[in-house]
Design a protein around this ligand. Structure first.
Ligand code: M6P
Ligand code: ZN
Length: 194
C-alpha cells in the first residue's frame, strides 16, 4: 500500500477514478444537494419516487491539516441536469486564505468563482486547462458536457471547506441548457443586497 502520509509518492492519472491509487472517496447524491438546485419541487418529486442519482465522487489523497502540505483530489462530476440546470458540485469558500488549482483531465465544464462581495467570474474547464482560484473566492464546478467531467484539484491541506453561505444563497449565476447549449443566467434567488 502506498504511504501517502507526507512521504514521496506518485499516482497515475486517468482511468475510472481519475487518480490511482487514492486514499479515500466521498460520494454526493441528489439527496446531499437537495437545497442547491433551482427546481426544488422536481428534486422533492424525484427523491419521493426513490430517484437519487449520483452527482459526483471525489477521490482524495488528503494530508494532515497543517501549513505547507498539499491535498490532491480528483472529482468525477457526472453528466446530467435537474430540469434545465446542469449537475454541479456544492461549492465552498475556504476557511483560511488559501488558493486552489484545478486541472482538467476529461469532459467539459465551467468553474464558477465568486467573492463575498458578489464579484463573479467563470472559466471553462477542459483537458489541458489549468484554472487558478484565488484565496477569497468560492468555487463550484458545473458539468456542461455529455460525458463525465474529471478534474484534479490541488489545495493546501489546512484550507478548510466552508459550505454555509453557498448552501444558503448559491452563486450569482446558474448554468442552464438553452437551445441545446449551456447558458450562464442570473440566479433569481441570489440576494440583491450583497
Ligand atoms: C474539488 C476540490 C475539493 C472539493 C471537491 C468537491 O475536488 O475543490 O476540495 O471537496 O472539488 O467540491 P465541494 O466540496 O464543493 O462539494
Ligand atoms: Zn476549494
Amino acid at each position: 500500500m502506498t504511504d501517502f502520509n507526507n512521504k514521496p509518492f506518485s499516482v497515475r492519472l486517468g482511468g475510472e477514478t481519475g487518480i490511482n491509487p487514492y486514499r479515500q472517496v466521498i460520494e454526493r447524491r441528489l439527496s446531499d444537494l437537495s437545497n442547491y438546485f433551482q427546481n426544488r419541487k422536481l428534486v422533492d418529486e424525484m427523491l419521493k419516487r426513490g430517484e437519487n442519482p449520483k452527482i459526483y465522487e471525489v477521490y482524495e489523497i488528503p494530508q494532515p491539516s497543517r501549513s505547507g502540505l498539499i491535498n490532491v483530489s480528483c472529482t468525477i462530476l457526472y453528466p446530467g441536469k435537474i430540469g434545465d440546470e446542469y449537475y454541479f458540485t456544492k461549492g465552498h469558500f475556504h476557511v483560511k486564505e488559501a488558493s486552489e488549482v484545478y486541472i482538467g483531465l476529461k469532459g467539459e465544464g465551467m468553474v464558477l468563482m465568486q467573492s463575498a462581495d458578489g464579484t463573479f467570474k467563470s472559466e471553462n474547464l477542459k483537458p489541458g486547462v489549468l484554472i487558478y482560484i484565488p484565496p477569497s473566492m468560492a468555487h463550484r464546478t458545473v458539468n456542461v458536457g455529455g460525458e463525465k467531467l474529471v478534474f484534479l484539484a490541488l489545495f493546501p491541506s489546512d484550507a478548510g471547506h466552508d459550505y454555509g453561505s453557498i448552501e444558503e444563497s448559491g452563486f450569482a449565476k446558474i448554468v442552464v441548457e438553452e437551445n441545446g447549449k449551456p447558458s450562464l443566467k442570473d440566479n433569481p434567488n441570489f440576494p440583491k443586497n450583497i
